[in-house]
Design a protein around this ligand. Structure first.
Ligand code: AMP
Ligand code: MG
Length: 409
């Protein structure tokens, strides 16, 4: 007799359990700021200077004392020329200083008149055509960053913009969490590799291993060091061997396929034999057969073989886990409410993640085939709708939208 089926774990509960298992990795690394894109800061970045360092001009024009210019049309002698990168002398009373964008404001000046509001009479004299307001076209010292400010906190995942900000306070290197080491393998006797077998030479029943490609790329984007163990056949001993090998020296073993209930699915019993399984089967669609456990010191995550299931479970479960290992503070994506420009009359019993994209009218369209084998949906789509279990969607209903751009960053 079959044992009664255990209830599927709610996704939020499963995620909370995974994150509780994800202790931040020990060890940090100092990397060049050029190489730090996507890494997670291991310490606060504190500014040792003001940015900009001094008051400077935001226009090409003339620096003046605004109180000296009561009327338009006043000609003034030009007493100095201040290009960007040079030092300025104090502004002589009754004169203007030729100044360029980014150049320091001379002491005594309190406004810049943009070039377009002046008429150069000759090299030595300029006519001011518009009465300036005090402070105009001056960028103030520290208006971007104040000395002593935390510009980027520990736990921040560095974006290209953040690298620029770090560089603006003089950081040529940053301290980041070390890269998680991840062993990856795909299971399935049907799998063949592009490049090894041509489309014409495919044997009946064979398919290309697509999961290996997006999983490796996703791991690399998350800062991981990947050991790719290739394809493991649907065989108990081969699975045990692969898991044992993957456990050595890795923080996480990530597998795809073979984690469902068929007798060709060897992952689950093999993990139970070598280590332990803490979690199996989640109330989500796609992605139900997800598994978590441990083999030796390594965490284990088994993703379903169906490509869309693999993709979605990676983004919603593996991604936050890997970010947590690196000490990141933001683990889960933002949600926006957007109107559905489609209908879902027959919802699933499980919480469902539908592949959708934004149309030109501020709403969402649904990809026609939501099968977990149809990888086209993940490229066509620019996001997922997080639809609660058993919830129908009528045209115009506000639904929970998560952008793929954020999940794939
Ligand atoms: P499984 O989870 O092993 O039962 O596989 C479920 C479905 O996903 C089957 O149709 C497999 O052929 C397919 N599949 C499994 N692994 C991969 C993979 N790496 N690339 C593409 N399809 C896969
Ligand atoms: Mg399989």
């Amino acid at each position: 007799m079959n044992a009664p089926r255990a209830p599927l774990r709610p996704l939020d509960e499963a995620l909370a359990e995974l994150l509780a298992h994800a202790q931040v990795l020990e060890g940090t690394e100092s990397v060049s700021t050029f190489e730090a894109d996507g890494r997670v800061l291991a310490e606060d970045l504190v500014s040792a200077l003001q940015v900009p360092p001094q008051d400077n001009s935001s226009m090409d024009g003339y620096a003046v004392r605004s109180a000296e210019i009561a009327d338009e049309g006043v000609p003034l002698p030009v007493s100095q020329r201040i290009p960007a990168g040079s030092a300025a002398l104090p502004l002589q009373p009754g004169t203007a200083a030729r100044i360029f964008t980014g150049a320091p404001i001379p002491a005594g000046a309190d406004a810049v008149v943009m070039q377009e509001d002046t008429e150069a009479l000759d090299e030595q004299r300029v006519r001011i055509l518009r009465v300036p307001e005090t402070g105009q076209w001056i960028r103030r010292s520290g208006e971007d960053v104040r000395r002593g400010a935390v510009v980027l906190p520990k736990g921040e995942r560095l974006s290209p913009a953040a690298l620029g900000l770090a560089a603006s306070i003089g950081m040529d290197r940053v301290s980041v969490a070390r890269r998680p080491r991840v062993a990856l393998f795909s299971t399935g006797d049907e799998l063949v590799m592009p490049g090894e077998v041509s489309p014409q030479a495919m044997r009946p029943g064979a398919i290309y291993n697509s999961n290996r490609f997006f999983l490796r790329a996703l791991l690399q984007r998350l800062g991981c060091e990947v050991s790719d163990l290739g394809i493991v056949p649907d065989d108990r001993q081969a699975t045990l061997d692969a898991l044992a090998k993957a456990a050595g020296g890795n923080d996480l073993i990530l597998t795809s396929g073979g984690v469902s209930v068929g007798e060709e699915d060897h992952i689950k019993p093999a993990v139970q034999q070598l280590g332990r399984l803490d979690l199996w089967q989640i109330a989500m669609k796609p992605g139900k057969p997800f598994a978590y456990g441990r083999v030796g010191e390594a965490h284990f995550m088994g993703l379903p073989g169906n490509p869309v299931s693999s993709f979605v479970t990676f983004l919603l479960l593996v991604r936050p886990f890997l970010l947590k290992l690196q000490g990141a503070t933001k683990l889960t994506p933002g949600v926006t409410l957007l109107p559905a420009h489609f209908e879902l009359p027959r919802p699933d019993k499980r919480r469902e993640f539908l592949r959708v994209r934004r149309d030109g009218d501020g709403g969402l369209e649904l990809f026609g085939n939501q099968s977990s084998g149809v990888l086209t949906s993940t490229v066509w789509g620019d996001g997922l709708v997080d639809n609660p279990a058993g919830t129908t969607i009528a045209r115009g209903d506000k639904v929970r939208f998560i952008t793929l751009a954020e999940l794939l960053a």
